[in-house]
Design a protein around this ligand. Structure first.
Ligand SMILES: Nc1ncnc2c1ncn2[C@@H]1O[C@H](COP(=O)(O)OP(=O)(O)OP(=O)(O)O)[C@@H](O)[C@H]1O
Ligand SMILES: [Mg+2]
Length: 762
């Protein structure tokens, strides 16, 4: 393609995410593909920019070099100034001097100088053009000073130079160059300056997503770790409330020969991509694909005489797998289990992705996703789920089988700006009450109290806003169920880590029901109410409902009322207080008041923002008993009895001692267990203290695995056992002795063993 007699690579301008991308095909160009390093390339780009408008520049060969908006703007300004000089033809006769005063003698020389500065040099090396201009001006000024009195010097040429200077200095590139030049004693090689201004991001051309590393120098590094082969950094920005989450995958910083191998491999393997049907088995065959890719890479290397080590070949094969059978760049985020959510908002490509980090809250990432990648993600999701996703079915909601993640995709017309995704990453191991104590989600006493209710087969609902930790808390409560009990878990999305809990000895049966969000008509799954009826027929078991949202509530409450539900019933429900749970269950879900009374306890979780802090912290804010003697409105009839209430000033969930006397639940438990109020509370306190001891030991010895379910459950079992033994031997329990004996066992057995494991691991 020729522009103004110059040969430049073929180019097009494509609109992506509301930005105009200038794509230049540099594959057949003999010059370097870099605005910073190659003058000819810079010249090509400037010439193209005189023809088209663009927000971003992408130079493509086996890899792509991307110039961000600011950089593109700097180049476009130079191109525009160059064009202006040409249009005004500032090197024309009338701009070179005044013939009457000084004659034409110097015109030739001046013409050459100005053409060279404002035309030739400018379009290859604008900074050098500017430096030349300054030199020319200095020379001219000296001449002027010498000839001033003789009256032989006209100021026309000097004016032309001044005008050129003014125009150049109006561009950001020259302004920034001036700033640096003014600090230096010597005029540097201009290449250095271009490298500073036009450091571009490089990526393989088959990856769409761009990474932004803006303003890095202003950021304060908070954390840094590896996720698989990629570096993750979390930063604090001086002026932004949210944290920044940057990933740095190896495929964005490889040497050229590896990019070559990578794109060749990608081309070759595209031909043996698996068919649609086998997509669902991809997760299992990932290793297989990686091996296939390794041999392809080896072939390509030997054909092209490129020498790569074994590790390098493995690394490249993993990258190829990520972008063929994997989830692309998202896979890196999905593998970071410190994240709880990933949001890809529409219109895709306009803003960076957002993530929610379990420690740093909501963070802006450095990843700009693209429409093409989104469509390929959608086809992958369609194939894996076997469900439609189109204008008639704009919601697709399902679990990514290999990643413990649930994804919801919404499309047009529901999302008018196009496809958007929300990923929720499930924790692979269940939360435990000791972990919650450690995270200050609840105090030890509340943990003891909830554990006591589980032990005494209370019916509990955990409520809170979205993401407040309801499901996590309920999962931790399941771990408090005695391991010999049978547990049935019913969920529409598989969030509770049932396989893991089975592994550590729980007897759990899982039922999966139809998702309420998907609007697909091809669903083969069972509805929640049907599933619940089945669950009730499965016999005497603890019954756990992932989320109570619709008709199944009626079935559940009816069963509870007649005592046909399991011995423990727990569920989560959206709400923000005990009262709102009643309101929702009775008024929205049509459960009669009399049935609602089958609820014993409502636990409320809420994200709290402490004054002045931008981060929110999850807290249990209310543990409330539902009393049984009332008729129409539990609030007005004082039937909602707060056992513990959150005090924000003290950041503490406080026991409401005065209310305890009124508790019907405690009376009921006392009547069937034979325990006095005093004994029940000793038991609760002991349990809380034991859990807290685990937390203290974990922090003292820096041994997080002590609080993981596999160990906390062992510790819990042991506590029960010691208590049982005492009861058998002495006919009653002395809770202090039990705790003492248990701590002794902890120190001499569990802790010792884990410390050994930890040491061996290091
Ligand atoms: N106390 C806590 N501290 C830190 N992170 C937590 C805590 N509780 C839960 N989380 C994390 O917060 C995320 C949301 O938790 P969870 O799914 O339990 O909330 P939820 O209230 O059930 O949400 P939803 O309304 O979507 O059902 C999870 O990734 C979980 O691991
Ligand atoms: Mg939940």
């Amino acid at each position: 393609m020729k522009i103004g007699g110059f040969e430049v690579g073929p180019y097009i301008v494509k609109e992506k995410g509301g930005k105009r991308h200038l794509l230049v095909d540099c594959r057949d160009c003999i010059y370097g593909t870099s605005v910073a390093d190659d003058k000819a390339c810079r010249n090509h780009v400037l010439r193209i920019l005189q023809e088209v408008e663009a927000d971003l520049i992408v130079l493509a060969e086996v890899y792509e070099r991307v110039y961000e908006e600011k950089q593109t703007k700097m180049l476009a300004e130079i191109a525009a100034v160059g064009q202006k000089f040409e249009v005004e033809s500032i090197w024309s006769y009338s701009h070179l001097g005044d013939v009457k005063i000084e004659g034409e003698v110097k015109f030739g020389e001046r013409h050459d100088a100005i053409v060279s500065i404002a035309h030739e040099l400018l379009m290859f090396d604008p900074i050098a053009a500017y430096i030349r201009l300054l030199q020319e001006m200095r020379r001219e000024k000296q001449l002027y000073a010498a000839e001033k009195d003789s009256g032989k010097h006209a100021t026309v040429y000097l004016k032309t130079l001044l005008y050129t200077k003014k125009m150049l200095e109006s561009t950001e590139l020259i302004q920034r160059a001036r700033e640096i030049l003014s600090k230096l004693d010597e005029v540097p090689e201009t290449g250095e300056l271009y490298r500073t201004f036009f450091e571009a991001q490089v990526k393989p051309s088959f990856i769409g997503s761009r990474l932004l590393f803006d303003e890095m120098e202003k950021l304060e590094l908070l954390d840094e770790y590896m996720v698989k082969d990629s570096q993750v950094q979390v930063f604090k920005h001086p002026n932004k409330p949210e944290r920044l989450y940057f990933i740095n995958p190896p495929e964005y910083s490889l040497p050229p020969e590896k990019y070559f191998v990578l794109s060749k491999t990608r081309e070759v393997v595209a031909t043996y991509r698996p068919g649609r049907t086998s997509l669902s088995t991809i997760a299992k065959s990932r290793k297989y694909f990686e091996r296939v890719y390794q041999s392809t890479i080896r072939d390509i290397c030997s054909e092209n005489r490129i020498h790569l080590g074994k590790d390098e070949i493995v690394e490249l094969s993993q990258i190829v797998a990520r972008y063929t059978v994997g989830y692309g760049i998202l896979e890196i985020l999905l593998s970071d289990r410190n994240l709880t959510d990933i949001y890809v908002d529409s219109p895709i490509g306009q803003k960076q992705l957002y993530v929610v980090h379990s420690e740093y809250g909501q963070c802006q990432t450095n990843v700009i996703y693209t429409d093409d990648e989104a469509s390929s993600m959608v086809s992958k999701m369609r194939a894996m789920s076997g469900r439609p996703f189109d204008e008639a079915h704009p919601v697709l909601d399902f679990d990514l089988p290999d990643l413990e993640t649930r994804v919801a995709a919404i499309g047009k017309p529901l999302a008018p700006d196009g496809t958007a995704f929300a990923f929720r990453l499930h924790k692979v191991t269940p939360w435990t009450l000791p972990q919650f104590i450690d995270a200050h989600f609840l105090p030890p006493l509340a943990a003891g109290l909830l554990s006591f209710f589980v032990d005494n087969q209370a019916t509990m609902l955990v409520t809170g806003s979205r993401g407040s930790g309801k499901t996590s808390l309920m999962t931790a409560l399941i771990l408090e169920i005695l391991q010999n009990a049978r547990i049935i878990v019913q969920e529409d999305t598989l969030e509770i880590p049932v396989p893991y809990m089975k592994n550590i000895g729980f007897n759990i049966q899982r039922l999966k029901t139809r998702s309420p969000i998907g609007v697909s008509k091809t669903e083969s799954e069972v509805s929640p109410e049907e599933s619940l009826r089945t669950a009730l027929r499965l016999g005497d078991s603890a019954l756990i409902l992932g989320e109570v949202r619709s008709k199944e509530a009626k079935v559940l409450y009816e069963a509870m009322r007649v005592g046909a539900a399991g011995n423990i019933v727990m569920g989560t429900i959206h709400g923000d207080s005990a009262y709102s749970v009643w309101d929702r269950v009775v008024n929205d879900l049509d459960v009669p008041n009399t049935s609602f009374k089958a609820t014993d306890i409502v636990v409320v979780a809420r994200p709290i923002r402490f004054s002045g802090s931008l981060r929110s912290h999850r807290r249990v804010v209310q543990i409330t008993e539902v009393k049984k003697h009332w008729t129409t409105d539990p609030d007005q009839e004082n039937a909602l009895l707060d056992l513990m209430l959150y005090n924000a000033k003290k950041d503490d969930l406080e026991l409401q001692e005065d209310n305890l006397k009124e508790s019907e639940l405690f009376s009921k438990i006392s009547s069937f267990s034979g325990l006095t109020m005093e004994q029940m509370w000793q038991n609760i306190r002991m349990n809380g203290l034991a859990k807290n001891y685990l937390v203290e030991m974990k922090n003292k010895h820096n041994i997080p695995m002590l609080l993981e379910s596999e160990n906390s459950v062992i510790a819990n079992n042991k506590l029960m056992l010691i208590k049982e033994n005492q009861l058998e031997e002495h006919g009653e329990v002395d809770y202090e002795t039990v705790l003492g004996e248990w701590k002794n066992w902890m120190n001499t057995y569990l802790l010792k063993r884990l410390l050994k494991v930890q040491k061996a691991g290091k």
